[in-house]
Design a protein around this ligand. Structure first.
Ligand code: CMP
Length: 143
């Protein structure tokens, strides 16, 4: 399956009140919203989500930042969702992100970078399951 990805509008972007603008860009780029919620992650949930980065020097700061306020996880659908979404959001570091990308427009720096996108189909499935039950995904199915 190569048609789903997980986005998270991160706490900095929610705080800055740009979630609506970001969602508009995502929809304009041809993605369909399959499920979406606003939620505040606990330290445990943020730590679990980013477990893959456990040994990185920025892990503790990342967990603290991701649990610092509400975020908006969104399950998205589109052909080649993972790669197309990564193109739309741009490089992790906004200084390296292409013009017009979401991170170029809204990220503050490499850490507070406005939005997350899954990096593989396998991780997309795991990450979507972190936030949404099968029931939620099916109930929201609209073709
Ligand atoms: P994301 O795409 O969600 O995946 C891992 C996150 O860790 C990344 O976005 C940033 O928020 C953060 N991150 C990645 N690299 C660094 C870094 N060098 N320093 C601080 N935070 C980082």
């Amino acid at each position: 399956m190569n048609n789903r990805t997980l986005a998270i509008i991160k706490p900095d972007a929610v705080r800055d009140n740009v979630a609506g603008k970001i969602i508009s860009k995502i929809i304009d780029a041809g993605f369909k919203i399959k499920a979406m919620k606003m939620t505040r992650l606990t330290n445990d949930s943020a730590g679990g989500f980013y477990l893959i980065h456990k040994n990185r020097p920025f892990y503790n700061d990342l967990v603290e930042y991701m649990s610092s306020g509400p975020c908006i996880p969104i399950a998205l659908e589109r052909e080649n969702a993972v790669s197309e979404f990564r193109k739309l959001i741009g490089a992790t570091d906004p200084n390296e992100a292409a013009e017009g990308t979401i991170r170029k427009l809204y990220a503050k720096n490499k850490a507070e970078n406005a939005i997350h996108g899954s990096d593989s189909d396998e991780n997309a499935a795991i990450e979507i399951a972190h936030f949404f039950s099968r029931k939620e995904l099916l109930e929201n199915y609209n073709g």
